[in-house]
Write a protein that binds this ligand. Structure first.
Ligand code: F0G
Length: 425
């Protein structure tokens, strides 16, 4: 059976080549659904392990290595890939000790071509734009989606259009969008409003939206789980911990994990922990209140990547929490920045939002939800170079309301040998 789009609420189906992001019947979010039962090409660990180390496109990509699970029927000639994925899995005892567990793996998605996990969703999103013959693609962004989309659009000879919020976009991300040649519009509105605007403008002008409301984005992002589990020799950890903003990644993880379980690549499901900043915590509040009535929040956090108050993938994230017996936790900006300093100081490095994974794991251990003997996989979502201002502000102790516990002070010296030697002694 060919792949289709299907509403997660009312199961209404649509052909795969419709330009549609939500259900016309009920407004629900859409899934891309594939048929994994082809007897001609069984989906096995050996199939994916056999492609490791290949230079052949598209299977050398850490997304398209799993093509049968990502987009089986797409013609290879349409695939727009920058060989994304293939990111490292680090096991760092120092960071594990900080989190309070014996076994902590960190999957570093900041090692993707544009420095964040978004490239995994962009290769599939822009590929679908090409399948649909779209000339223009657009997104609202806190910075990483726009950096990634700008790159992939340019690479595929499409016009990228970026709706940026007027405040608090990290410098590295802003620079990338401009550098890759996207049309950048800085709008006097926050991310949540920009999300609405980009959909309305794109509807009017026939532009393809590449935010994570687009279900093809999530198909690519599932591969973070596929690749991490392959690196763990297909042995599921007890927990997977991930930051939550627009909740695309958490939603993709749930779908990917369930699919892996259903086709028999893994024999149990890990539990998912979604971590939000306490100033941008609508899912956390909703979770604590038993998912009764969702209320958006006015978001505020130093982790600007996840400064989101009304996440579009809410219903898919709730579904994921149900599938994986998941939990949601919140962490303060100070906890985020201190965890980041520990990750950075171990030589790994990440942007503020990414540090939620480690800060959140630590908090869940303190609360007894994660046991010290549990195995934990944390996802680092973005590169340390994305937000130099936050890093420098922390170490200079210039961030309001944040006491830096792991400061690395910059020493000052005159042009004087003795003085420099004295400093180093
Ligand atoms: N970490 C980083 C570094 C991000 O850039 C984002 C999202 C997230 C975590 C949260 O992921 O939205 O899937 O829950 N950044 C988006 C953007 C919103 O526009 O770049 P999510």
């Amino acid at each position: 059976m060919p792949s289709i789009l299907q509403c997660i609420e009312c199961a209404q189906q649509y052909p795969i080549n419709r330009v549609i992001y939500t259900c016309e019947a009920c407004g629900g979010l859409l899934d891309v659904k594939h048929d994994f039962r082809s007897p001609a090409a069984p989906i096995t660990r050996e199939l994916f392990d056999g492609r490791l180390g290949t230079f052949a496109a598209p299977y050398g990509s850490g997304v398209w290595r799993f093509k049968e699970l990502v987009y089986p029927d797409v013609d290879d000639s349409k695939i727009v890939s920058r060989m994304e994925g293939n990111t490292n899995l680090y096991e760092m005892p120092r960071i594990a000790a900080f989190a309070g567990v014996d076994c902590l793996f960190l999957k570093h998605e900041g090692e993707n071509p544009t420095g964040s996990f978004k490239d995994r969703g962009m290769t599939t999103g822009v590929t679908q734009a090409k399948v649909l013959d779209m000339q223009r693609v657009a997104c609202a962004s806190t910075g990483n989606t726009s950096a990634s989309m700008a790159s992939y659009a340019a690479y595929a000879d499409m016009q990228g259009i970026v709706f940026l919020q007027n405040q608090q976009i990290a410098m590295g991300k802003l620079a990338q969008g401009i550098a890759y040649g996207a049309t950048c519009i800085q709008i006097n509105a926050d991310f949540d409003r920009n999300m609405e605007l980009v959909r309305q403008v794109s509807d009017r002008l026939g532009i393809y939206v590449l935010n994570s409301i687009n279900p093809f984005r999530l198909e690519g992002q599932k591969s973070i789980m596929f690749e991490a589990l392959q690196q763990l020799r297909w042995q599921a950890p007890d927990w997977i911990v991930v930051p939550g903003g627009n909740l695309g990644n958490s939603s993709a993880f749930g779908k990917g994990l369930l699919e892996m379980f259903e086709v028999g690549l893994i024999d149990r499901l890990p539990r998912l922990a979604i971590i939000q900043a306490d100033g941008a915590n609508p899912l956390y509040r909703h979770f604590r209140a038993g998912f009764k009535r969702f209320e958006p929040v006015n978001a505020q956090t130093i982790a600007t990547a996840i400064k989101i108050g009304n996440p579009v993938n809410l219903q898919k994230a709730i579904r994921t929490l149900e599938w994986t017996s998941g939990v949601v936790e919140e962490v303060s900006d100070e906890e985020i920045m201190n965890a980041k300093a520990v990750i950075d100081g171990a030589g790994i490095g990440c942007e503020p939002a990414s540090a939620c994974s480690v800060a959140g794991a630590r908090k869940l251990v303190e609360k007894g939800a994660i046991k010290p003997g549990d195995s934990v996989l944390g996802v680092l979502t973005g590169n340390v170079l994305k937000d130099p201002e936050a890093t420098i502000g922390y170490h200079a102790d210039q961030l309001a309301g944040i006491a830096p516990s792991y400061r690395n002070r910059v020493l000052q010296a005159d042009d004087n040998l003795d003085e420099i030697i004295r400093l180093l002694e």
